[in-house]
Ligand binder design. Structure first.
Ligand SMILES: C[S@@+](CC[C@H](N)C(=O)[O-])C[C@H]1O[C@@H](n2cnc3c(N)ncnc32)[C@H](O)[C@@H]1O
Length: 278
């Protein structure tokens, strides 16, 4: 697997990042780890599909997004829209610490995951607004040229899976996402075997990005990242598709007008895409 990031760079940054981005209870959990455990868990996180959910994952992902947000946006009045957050709270956790005067929106359709996200973020000193709608309709809620950053935190795959499910009448809004995942994987396997993924998903995906571009301020950035979960692979997620999700999406995005790809030093292009509105 192409590593997500540089183990050598991140290992020495872990203790300070834990102090900056974990709460007291979480820091206690971090302190219980030996140096050897930190090293092993970080190496596995960065160099293999993710199989374990540890405090090291929280430290690394929060610190990585914090680094990115600081590079992209120095003002306090950041308005950030996350697409398809599920109940993964790493970006609100970071913003509450790096940009406390900011406004966090998410366009997130699944009802149960929205409830869980609300619960995880309710005590954060950050304005959090959940838009329970398709991200393709977000302009109706936010209006034009409002947000500075749009984030797809491990969400390209989720958006594509939801597009394919809607096409064949599989519900992803009222259902349990994990219970539906085997069906999603089956659909993806068929799309790959029949070489129809691009035909079925590219149009709706680019349509969604086009509407998102309208809510973005001029020069605003869409930041997308991706990584692999071992569980999805064990359940039959087509491995090449999972590993090349970003290059595949980049190929599609090159057809869009109104934005250009930019590159940020140290962010691997197999796992990250940055688009700037022009
Ligand atoms: C598994 S969760 C995502 C978790 C998160 N991105 C992560 O992997 O860390 C999937 C979520 O994506 C949402 N989703 C997928 N396509 C969407 C769309 N077009 N608009 C809004 N939400 C969408 C689903 O409703 C669900 O809440």
């Amino acid at each position: 697997m192409i590593p997500l990031d540089s183990f050598e760079r991140w290992l020495p940054l872990m203790p300070e990042s834990a102090q900056l981005y974990l709460n007291e209870t979480e820091i206690e959990a971090f302190r219980l780890l030996t140096e050897n455990e930190i090293e092993t868990q970080l190496k596995e996180l960065l160099e293999k599909p993710i199989a374990n959910f540890t405090i090291i994952n929280d430290v690394y992902f929060r610190a990585r997004w914090a680094e990115l947000l600081k590079k992209l946006y120095l003002d306090d009045n950041l308005k950030l829209l996350e697409v398809a957050t599920g109940d993964a709270d790493m970006i609100p956790q970071v913003m509450a610490r790096t940009h406390p005067d900011a406004h966090y929106f998410t366009a997130n359709m699944n009802k149960a995951l929205n409830k869980s996200l609300l619960n995880k973020t309710k005590d954060l000193p950050l304005e959090v607004e959940i838009i329970e709608d398709d991200a393709a309709s977000v302009e109706n809620h936010l209006g034009p040229e409002v947000v500075g950053i749009i984030a797809f935190q491990h969400a390209i795959n989720d958006v594509i899976q939801a597009i394919l499910c809607e096409r064949v009448g599989v519900d992803t809004i009222y259902s349990d996402w994990m219970e539906t995942l085997p069906k999603m994987i089956k659909i993806l396997q068929q799309e790959i075997t029949q070489s129809t993924l691009e035909e079925h998903a590219k149009g709706p995906f680019l349509g969604l990005i086009s509407t998102l571009l309208r809510t973005l301020r001029k020069d605003g950035i869409i930041a997308m990242n991706h990584y692999m979960f071992q569980l999805d692979l064990d359940w039959g997620y087509p491995p090449e598709l999972f590993e090349t999700m970003v290059p595949m999406t980049r190929g599609w995005l090159q057809e869009l007008k109104g934005c250009k790809e930019i590159y940020i030093d140290g962010f691997n292009t197999n796992w990250w895409i940055f688009l700037q509105k022009i």
